[in-house]
Write a protein that binds this ligand. Structure first.
Ligand code: PGA
Length: 250
């Protein structure tokens, strides 16, 4: 069975609530497409107006982060229940910027992934190596470790529904996109790792995105690779280009 592509925007810390609504109005007609899942992952404060603005469209609104506890004294955090109640289906977990600036670790990523599934949220689980790791030739080892820890105690059924985003850190926001071969090689290694942890059926079902300077011009070739099921797009998701990315095969 062919996997359905999933193309997600990661807005990061951009767009005020009113700007978010305006951007969705602009992008709405451009990202219309039946055969892919289109997700806009937006800042927490934009979620409610974004869901309202995206009503009756094919755009689904996702979150960029959530906490792994149910509720309580965690000032500033957002709970899974809050996301679900707002109408969110997807949540980015463990983006490299959260690992770098907000001390997230493979262990907190695992806790968040488990908690997301508990609430029927689909996690978009991020992994990716640094330039040093790539130069040292340990990319695949490093990614396998990130994946194995992220999926601890996750069932095969849950894993089949997960989304993994492979984002080489050196390619994020740098305009330096990984070559198609590099991206496919690691996405295949991730799928093989999932087959090892679970089985072939789970590996065949899980969706793996590439992220890191995806643009309207690089998307068609990247998304045509056997193991790349779409993209996680930062900078280009804030522009009309995102419409071309979603329509990469037209
Ligand atoms: P970029 O960001 O497309 O701006 O490189 C991707 C990401 O961080 O998800």
């Amino acid at each position: 069975m062919a996997r359905r592509k999933i193309i997600a925007g990661n807005w990061k810390m951009n767009m005020t609530p009113s700007q978010a609504v305006a951007l969705i109005e602009t992008l709405k007609p451009l990202v219309k497409k039946d055969d892919v899942d289109v997700v806009f992952c937006v800042p927490a404060i934009d979620i409610i107006p974004a869901i309202e603005a995206a009503k009756d469209t094919n755009i689904q609104i996702g979150a960029e982060n959530m906490y792994f506890e149910e509720k309580g004294a965690y000032t500033g955090e957002i709970s899974p229940e809050m996301l679900v109640d707002a109408g969110v289906k997807y949540v980015i977990i463990g983006h490299s910027e959260r690992r770098e600036y907000f001390a997230e670790t493979d262990e907190t990523v695992n806790k968040k992934v488990l908690k997301a599934f508990e609430h029927d949220l689909t996690p978009i689980i991020c992994c990716g190596e640094t330039l040093t790791q790539r130069e040292q030739g340990v990319t695949i080892d490093f990614i396998r470790q990130q994946i194995k820890i992220a999926f601890l105690n996750v069932t095969a059924q849950q894993a089949a529904d997960a989304v993994i985003a492979y984002e080489p850190i050196w390619a994020i926001g740098t305009g330096k996109v990984a070559t198609t071969e590099q991206a496919q090689e690691v996405c295949k290694a991730i799928r093989d790792c999932i087959a090892e942890i679970y089985d072939e059926a789970t590996a065949a079902a899980i969706r793996i995105q590439y992220g890191g300077s995806v643009s309207a011009s690089s998307a068609p070739e990247l998304f045509a690779q056997a193991d790349i099921d779409g993209g996680l797009v930062g900078g280009a998701s804030l522009k009309k280009d995102f419409g071309q990315i979603v329509n990469y095969n037209k």
